[in-house]
Design a protein around this ligand. Sequence first.
Ligand code: NAP
Length: 329
Amino acid sequence: MIIVGGAAAGYTAAVYAARAELEPLLIEGFQWGGQLQNTTDVENYPGFPEGIMGPELMQKFREQAERFGTRFITDDATRIELSDGGIHSVWVGDDEYRARAVILAMGAEPKRLGIPGEMELGGRGVSTCGVCDGAFFKGEKVAVIGGGDSAMEDSIFVSKFADDLTIVHRRDEFRASKIMEERARDRDNITVKTPYVPEEFVAGDDGKLAKVRLRRADTGETEELAVGGAFVAIGHTPRSELVEGQVDIDDGGYVTTEGKSTRTNLAGVFAVGDLVDHTYRQAVTAAGTGTMGALDAEWYLRDLPPSPEAHWFGKSGDAQPDPAEVRAG
Ligand code: NAP
């Protein structure tokens, strides 16, 4: 079994697959750990009542997968060739790996505005996840950028903590569903500011976010909004580019799965985590679907005869790598 993507979903799939003695190969990516790698305190992952830092949580996930014999490639998959019920190939540069079952767990990336201060102030006031970070802004003045359901949901959640919240959207109309828009507008401490485009996040003397510079989309006038927190909620981009045109994908680029399972339209190909999830996008939900993916794949493989064509190193004739060497990354 090959798992592509080393974050909450992929590592959890690896724990289950390794404990089922499927010896999974996890192509975890050069920058493994996913979105939690860029997160500070995680206070909503069950089992850590005091909270845990995002990178530390991912390290623990990884160690648990390793403990049961997962083999790791700490590099990016560069090409994926999927079959329908046959052997699937995943390349890392020139090296080809083959397996009868593949779990796609490449995740999604929050879209960025691409403006000055956005990356620099990540974790110091600028966030892409209201549900994760909202509680850190108790009593503060904050902004939420975006006009879709994510922006409305973040606003409703964060406004429980922040004193004053401004939704900044680039058009006068919202893309969000009417009900979500109304729920946000109905809250006393939420103000809507349109049509404005953020141009820069500016730090104060303490190095934390102090204000957002805004430009009015129709007149071009600029103004500043003093805030201690800003949530960029302008959508996500699922990392499905390597499987596009092979497996069924919806209009948003998310891989689609059958019913409540992780099965894709191709036999032996499973998809889990934020790569399939429009809605919840939490570490714990990603981990949950990772479990489902491993079980679906295990049940699929159980019914197949063993295949000599599925190797770790698919270049025929190559010896199997020393697991200890592979594990060392
Ligand atoms: P979305 O619907 O694509 O909305 C993204 C918003 O961000 C749009 O209002 C867009 O403006 C704005 N935006 C995009 N790029 C921007 C930029 N560079 N600068 C400024 N603004 C920018 O994304 P989403 O809100 O994440 O929702 C994605 C999907 O998940 C939707 O189908 C949604 O219904 C679903 N969802 C549902 C729930 C729920 O039901 N509880 C919660 C979250 C998400 P324009 O409108 O001008 O393009």
